[in-house]
Write a protein that binds this ligand. Structure first.
Ligand SMILES: [Zn+2]
Length: 281
């Protein structure tokens, strides 16, 4: 069942949980997300970051499959464009039937970010889709330690949400995209303040490498969507390496795809269980 981000976040809100948002780059990834969500009987977000992964598969190709698989799923699934940074790409995703888009104007000055986000909100609303936007700057993976971004200011966030009418806010409070090089130190109080001042769900980017206890604390503070990709991709690569090393004789491409998919299903199920935050369906 295909549903919007707004609707899936309403479910998360009513259950004090976060919905897992897994980035996919292949058919195996999509199949793994849907299978994991169905086995856990839990809503899930299938997302594609064209800006990072468009080089592996075109938006139009993977997007059609994402929408079809979400539609046929037994659990509610939102199909979301991650980190859309231009209007053309966002419109293409909406034309494909995505039920949610992210506009990332976080690198722009505040007023420009507001103006562009407001435009994307009106565009998404025309399609009956939801919108996530970002204020502050997410950290990045450094060579030896995490590079911290610019933390989101709760008062600026209140103004931003009021001016743009978005459904969810990607906020910066200590998480980092990619692999953490030093232990993450999250500002939980900031999440609570942002949730309180904006009145809308908070999105965590950079969910790979956070401890289970910290995930739960973030959820209790108001995080309702957790983006998770890097570790699932890494563990799937590790699984293929192990399979290759322990196999003598021929290895066929389909064996590699099965190995990838089984590993991703396990990682996704583990993440979904933590993000459910002790809730059951
Ligand atoms: Zn992100």
């Amino acid at each position: 069942m295909l549903i919007t981000l707004k609707n899936i976040l309403d479910i998360a809100e009513s259950k004090n949980m976060a919905v897992a948002a897994f980035n996919v780059t292949s058919l195996e990834g999509i199949l793994a997300v849907i299978e994991a969500a169905q086995e856990e009987d839990t809503p899930v977000i299938l997302q594609f970051a064209n800006i990072a992964h468009g080089k592996y598969i075109p938006l139009e190709t993977i997007g059609k499959v994402m929408v079809m698989m979400a539609d046929e799923s037994k659990v509610p699934v939102c199909v979301h464009l991650d980190h859309g940074d231009n209007f053309d790409e966002i419109k293409r995703a909406l034309d494909l039937g995505f039920t949610s888009v992210m506009y990332d104007g976080s690198a722009l000055p505040f007023s420009e970010n507001v103006a562009n986000t407001r435009y994307v909100t009106s565009l998404a609303n025309e399609y009956g889709a939801s919108i996530e936007a970002e204020l502050g700057a997410m950290g990045a993976e450094g060579d030896n330690e995490n590079i911290l971004g610019e933390y989101t200011d709760p008062e600026a966030a209140k103004l931003f949400v009021g001016e743009t009418g978005i459904d969810a806010l990607a906020a910066s409070f200590g998480t980092v995209h990619g692999i953490y090089k030093s232990e993450p130190k999250l500002d939980f109080e900031r999440i609570e303040k942002i949730r309180e001042s904006t009145g809308i769900p908070v999105v965590m980017h950079g969910g790979s490498g956070i401890s289970d206890a910290d995930f739960r604390k973030c959820i209790d503070c108001g995080v309702r969507k957790i983006n998770f990709y890097t570790y699932a991709a890494k563990y799937a690569g590790d699984a293929v390496r192990q399979m290759v090393e322990s196999t003598s004789g021929n290895i066929y491409s389909h064996d590699i795809l099965v190995s990838l998919r089984q590993s991703m299903i396990k990682t996704y199920k583990d993440a979904i269980r933590i993000f459910k935050n002790r809730q059951s369906f």
